[in-house]
Design a protein around this ligand. Sequence first.
Ligand SMILES: *[C@@H]1O[C@H](CO)[C@@H](O)[C@H](O)[C@H]1NC(C)=O
Ligand SMILES: *[C@@H]1O[C@H](CO)[C@@H](O)[C@H](O)[C@H]1NC(C)=O
Ligand SMILES: *[C@@H]1O[C@H](CO)[C@@H](O)[C@H](O)[C@H]1NC(C)=O
Ligand SMILES: *[C@@H]1O[C@H](CO)[C@@H](O)[C@H](O)[C@H]1NC(C)=O
Ligand SMILES: *[C@@H]1O[C@H](CO)[C@@H](O)[C@H](O)[C@H]1NC(C)=O
Ligand SMILES: *[C@@H]1O[C@H](CO)[C@@H](O)[C@H](O)[C@H]1NC(C)=O
Length: 509
Amino acid sequence: MAFSYSSSSFLLLLVVFCLWQLPFAFSDQPNCKAWLVQSVPTDMPDLRLVPGVLSTGDVLQWLAGNATTSLDLTVQYWELLAEPNNSKSGDYGFSDADMKKFGADVGRQVYQSLVDAAYRKVPIRIIQHSGVYPSYVQEASDLAAGHPNVKNVTLLLSKWWGTGIVHCKVWISDNKDIYIGSANNDWKSLTQVKELGIYLVGCPKMADAVENYFNNLWTLSTLNSTDYTRTIVDSQWQASRVVPCWSNFIPKEERCSSPLPPAIDIPHVNGYPIIEDPSTFDVSIETPGVDASTATSDSSYLSFAPPELLFDKFQSDEQGWIETIKSVKVGGTVRINTMDWLGQSQFANPMIFWDSLTTAISEVVFAKNATVHLLVAYWAHSLDNADKYLKNLLYTNVLCSSSKYNHCGGKVEIRYYIIPGYNKTGPAIANGAATGNLYPDYSRVNHGKYAVSDVRAHIGTSNLIWDYFYSTAGVSFGTYNPSIVKQVQQVFDADWDSPYAQPVQPLSS
Ligand SMILES: *[C@@H]1O[C@H](CO)[C@@H](O)[C@H](O)[C@H]1NC(C)=O
Ligand SMILES: *[C@@H]1O[C@H](CO)[C@@H](O)[C@H](O)[C@H]1NC(C)=O
Ligand SMILES: *[C@@H]1O[C@H](CO)[C@@H](O)[C@H](O)[C@H]1NC(C)=O
Ligand SMILES: *[C@@H]1O[C@H](CO)[C@@H](O)[C@H](O)[C@H]1NC(C)=O
Ligand SMILES: *[C@@H]1O[C@H](CO)[C@@H](O)[C@H](O)[C@H]1NC(C)=O
Ligand SMILES: *[C@@H]1O[C@H](CO)[C@@H](O)[C@H](O)[C@H]1NC(C)=O
């Protein structure tokens, strides 16, 4: 009796459960899918490739190729079409055969995919910085010329923050497919610069949020910055500087009302503190590049810079980085990859001291016995004071075991990533003579910006310097999805363990 009672109630439960599941089980809404995306420079035979990672050149062509209703791009600069015949270009003087070997064809294919989308009458919006010498925003203008469906705006963030640029590299296609990563809109970012990004497919919720940020940048481009900026004394950074008039760095009673969708209101605080419960996405993400198993539902997030462009309850990009470092478990490892590293500003005047990430690293080394692996690019345009700040960070190891009462089980290790040929870059011909350069200018560099602990991965567009978090446009995607976390670790370790990584020497004591 008891048996039959419980089995019939089980059946009833089953029926109720199935009915409740019905709309979901039969919904045609597929899961969001994610792949890591890389660019790997040519001529790096000793680099182990991680299977299942897509190539940037393919992904950008797919985003353009699949677009039917919208294609939105943020662009720092353009050079998808190589210019070996332009004496002002860093590509000058290389032969057709050289360009082919360098992979310049991929840039042409990506540009063609944008041209094709323009001809298909896909509404395309481009927000760009001013571009770089010698062609600036010519490629965007060419795309827009004769295509009323293509709109290009140049947004100069220095008018809003004193310094700063549109530095995020984001493509959003049909409000559901996204690229976020380190790759610029030039041919070298596809085959001559090492890049990392994420390709999200069928993710309308995340696309909506990125779109919101995009629209905010678009709105800025339509406003007269003179009417909306103030010069303030920023008490957090001790610097006099220009900020939008709705900034939290301005005392509350003196702020203007923001023309952008509002962010979380933080009373009694000047600045943008860490927020306790930032917005997250609890969406199932499939990772076909890692495993064919079903999607797991793990928390993911987006973070944005500068903080005056935050909306809803999204976290700042600085918070995204700090909390990724702090997510490490006791005895775990944090891996950080960046082109640049400074514990200060690079462009701000007056200069600003900034130890946010250094402090987060030292904290987990001291209290959690964490191992931190930091990989920094060493290339033709390395910043001259980076080495000093890296040695300063390495000094954490000395401080951690500086007393017989300190029981230090953590450590920081730093390596430079050196891509062969980095010191032979530039035009092949200058002033009519052969230079002996082997690669075009501004190439052969590890340009990825990401961090991964044992539980959380963060893939961004910002260099690790104050300006990128407080005056420059940046976007990151982060997640606790274990497959993505594992694969980002593998990508990092392939670089870290390669002969291209060389230890940074500590200060000699
Ligand atoms: C659309 O994207 C998928 C991958 O997400 C790709 O396989 C396909 O080739 C793309 N289609 C076009 C027309 O680019
Ligand atoms: C550069 O000029 C050479 C010689 O005229 C030509 O063969 C080559 O296709 C040109 N390259 C590009 C990228 O325009
Ligand atoms: C956008 O493209 C058009 C060509 O249609 C060009 O005239 C214009 O200068 C471009 N705008 C910007 C801001 O570059
Ligand atoms: C912006 O506003 C300032 C002051 O209100 C004005 O002098 C200037 O002409 C405006 N600029 C533009 C481009 O409208
Ligand atoms: C960290 O390592 C030290 C030295 O091995 C040890 O004494 C300490 O208990 C560890 N701390 C934690 C939080 O595990
Ligand atoms: C260029 O870099 C290589 C290592 O990749 C090094 O052996 C060589 O000495 C460097 N050359 C110059 C001129 O610095």
